[in-house]
Design a protein around this ligand. Structure first.
Ligand code: AHR
Length: 508
């Protein structure tokens, strides 16, 4: 069995571990809000109707930011519908998800929930059916000091202090033909620039995220980013990336190597950003504000079939339907862990990221109405990474055997990243074995960090890669203790079974 060796040096720093890399996303979609975070009448509901059992899991997950309220939903959303007395709020159709939106939860309730759970709010403005004026109004309502009509409305609605939202998305996936109010790159770039310039006249300290491509397979990927950034460069601070991964048929090997695709995606957007900004002192960073595993082709096929069957079979307009509630397998959790490694390795350019989504909708947390909430398999790599990493990301030198994939050819079987918190004197090593048959014997040389003992070592691996958690078996997939030894030579030695992910923290 060939060994994998990983070496790090403390001076070889990529970037700080930005806490915003551990962001999440709550969309008004399916049972994310209604029946997810919010369920009045649930035995654990607080006085505002939010489930305490879900909030406990959200805090345990360690997410830092929460993007809200969409997603595709935001492109038809009127934020005013969700504020003020509940009994006066309109009930509307949401054409993005063919659902009924009751508006029981809106900005003020959600901001209070986020604050109570230590989450930074990342708000999206509607640039699908609305524009500059509505974005400015929302900004004034959200962040304005009392004394103007909109800010006073917020005060009257029970939020005396400004919500002080610092980071804002300028619409969502505006390149997608499915997006309500979808635009060309030229039109969106102009609208994003105008909206951003106006928002920054109100508050120059805002951080604004322009929409990049909906995914790297879009026919306009690359040219979209270039055009949008050429039109909006000076006014925006980040550009978004979105990517969802799924196993195609029985091709587990390519699925496990999804990080390779994410790497390439990030590198391409970085190249485009650097090209557009070649003569500028202004910096535009990357916001990977939707990423996850999602069996999206199943969802797309079902939706296309439902649309094709209309009008003979009218589609219903349900409130809070079960939408894309994927059950995550052990293999999916390994991929989520691997994608976190990729994101951390790009922390020099990726300054924010959001796991999409948080509860029920392609989420690490699932709930039953009136019943329990539980951790999906993907919860674990995220929670461990968010809790154990800190300080700076170090560049690793890895010598590993390769493993074959149909989609990417030969890829390194083991991928890794190391973070180093000098103040605490702790380092965390994240590792993934993307091989499907061979275990990997790994040596990580941490001698340059003066590491002397293992603090924690966790392994995510199931012999049955299809294993999932459920209400009946909530802990079927969970981390196991990993036998990891740190020798007197400062070398960490461990064995990773095939299809596994591990997190090891060491101290000086
Ligand atoms: O996260 C689900 C959907 O995926 C979001 O609404 C949209 O932005 C993306 O296409």
């Amino acid at each position: 069995m060939r060994r994998t060796s990983v070496t790090v040096a403390p001076q070889d720093t990529i970037a700080p571990v930005h806490r915003r890399l551990f962001g999440s996303f709550v969309e008004h979609m399916g049972r994310s809000v209604y029946g997810g975070i919010y369920e009045p009448g649930h035995p654990t509901a607080d006085e505002h109707g939010f489930r305490r059992d879900v909030a406990d899991l959200v805090r345990e997950l360690g997410v830092t930011t929460v993007r809200y309220p969409g997603g595709n939903f935001v492109s038809g959303y009127r934020w005013e519908d969700g504020v003020g007395p509940r009994e006066q709020r309109p009930v509307r159709r949401d054409v993005a998800w063919h659902s009924i939106e009751t508006n029981e939860v809106g900005l003020d309730e959600f901001a209070a929930w986020a604050r109570a759970n230590g989450l930074e709010l990342m708000l999206a403005v509607n640039l699908g059916t609305r524009g500059v004026l509505e974005a400015l109004d929302l900004l004034e309502y959200t962040n304005g000091e009392a004394g103007t009509t909109l800010a006073d409305q917020r005060v009257a609605n029970g939020a005396p202090e400004p919500h002080d939202v610092r980071i804002w998305c300028l619409g969502n996936e505006m390149d997608g033909p499915w997006q309500v109010g979808h635009l060309s790159a030229e039109d969106y770039g102009t609208l994003a620039a105008r909206t951003a310039a106006a928002m920054k006249r109100a508050d120059s300290g805002l951080e604004l995220v322009a929409c990049g491509s909906s995914n790297a397979q879009m026919p306009t990927f690359g040219s979209w980013e270039r055009t949008v950034l050429e039109r909006s460069w000076e006014h925006v601070d980040l550009i978004s990336l979105h990517a969802y991964y799924e196993q195609r048929g029985d091709d587990l090997a390519s699925f496990l190597a999804s990080g390779r695709d994410m790497d390439h995606f990030i590198d391409t957007v970085v190249a485009t950003v650097d090209y557009v900004g070649r003569d500028s002192d202004h910096q535009v960073h990357l916001s990977f504000d939707e990423w996850n595993v999602w069996r999206q082709s199943e969802f797309n096929a079902a939706e296309q079939a439902a649309i094709a069957a209309e009008p003979a079979v009218p589609r219903p307009w349900p409130a809070a339907p079960h939408l894309i509630e994927d059950d995550y397998r052990a293999a999916d959790a390994v991929v989520v862990g691997s994608l976190l490694i990729t994101l951390l390795r790009h922390a020099d350019r990726v300054h924010a990221a959001s796991l999409a989504q948080l509860v029920n909708v392609i989420a690490p947390i699932r709930t039953e109405p009136g019943g329990p909430a539980w951790r999906q398999a993907t919860f674990h790599p995220f929670a461990l990474t968010a809790r154990l990493t800190g300080g700076v990301v170090l560049r690793t030198r890895t010598d590993a055997p390769s493993t074959p994939t149909a989609r990417f050819g030969e890829v390194s079987a083991v991928d890794s990243v190391v973070t180093w918190d000098e103040e605490q004197g702790t380092a965390t090593v994240l590792l993934v074995n993307r091989g499907t048959t061979e275990p990997a014997t790994v040596e990580v040389d941490l001698s340059a960090l003066g590491a002397s003992h293992v603090l924690e070592a966790h392994l995510l691996h199931e012999d049955d890669v299809e294993a999932t958690n459920s209400a009946a078996a909530p802990d079927r997939v969970a981390p196991h203790p990993l036998a990891a030894e740190l020798g007197p030579d400062g070398v960490l030695r461990l064995v990773l079974p095939p299809v596994s992910w591990a997190a090891v923290s060491v101290g000086r």
